[in-house]
Design a protein around this ligand. Structure first.
Ligand code: VGL
Ligand code: ZN
Length: 194
């Protein structure tokens, strides 16, 4: 599968709090860094989302929600992982800013859809964290908005709050017409980096 001029890579929430040592760590999170760093320079457009919560966020457990405090605006936990090669990120999309809504999707309350349309993007490839929340929500929204959408299976990892969440999320994606591909399918057959 070739990477084409109207393709975008969406890198979801590769932030310290979602990686080992962070407040909402995804156990296998670091395995996604190498494939993401290989993919980014090959894509004509790369957007990185970041979870960017205010302290009063309703989804924090101290306000009755399911999550420990994470990705608080301006904190170290909200910074991108140091290994993520930032020079290949063209746009940063802050999400989860509204304290009343979960903010899982990179399209919720952001300018991402308009930005992609303005650039003539037709296909969207989603990678990052976490498979069962923000990757899933972002990919489902991309598809709903009419983009041909793929998820990159070796460049995502799940929280797995409940056993089986990862498999269920992948099943939902496939049922929505979103294929789960491997990074090598894109890397091996696509022409030179930009
Ligand atoms: C996420 C739980 C809460 C994610 C964000 O990035 O998948 N998960 N906030
Ligand atoms: Zn969050």
């Amino acid at each position: 599968m070739h990477i084409e001029p109207n393709d975008a890579l969406l890198v979801v929430d590769v932030q310290n709090d979602f990686l080992p040592g962070g407040s909402l760590a995804v156990a296998q999170g670091r395995r996604i860094l190498a494939p993401i760093n290989r993919l980014m320079p090959r894509f004509p457009f790369v957007a990185a989302t970041r979870d960017w919560h205010p302290p009063e966020h309703r989804f924090f457990s101290r306000h009755g929600g399911p999550w420990p405090d994470h990705c608080l605006q301006g904190t170290r936990g909200a910074e991108f992982d140091a290994e993520l090669e930032r020079e290949h990120v063209d746009a940063i999309v802050s999400k989860g800013v509204d304290p009343q809504t979960d903010g899982y999707s990179g399209f919720a309350g952001t300018g991402l859809e308009d930005d992609l349309r303005g650039r003539g993007i037709r296909r969207v490839f989603v990678c990052g964290l976490a498979t069962d929340y923000c990757v899933k929500a972002t990919a489902l929204d991309a598809k709903r908005h009419g983009f041909e959408t793929f998820v990159i299976g070796d460049a995502i990892a799940a929280v797995n709050l409940e056993a089986g969440d990862e498999e269920r999320a992948l099943g939902e994606l496939r049922a929505a017409g979103i294929p789960v591909i491997e990074s090598d399918e894109l890397l091996v057959s696509s022409p030179s980096p930009r």
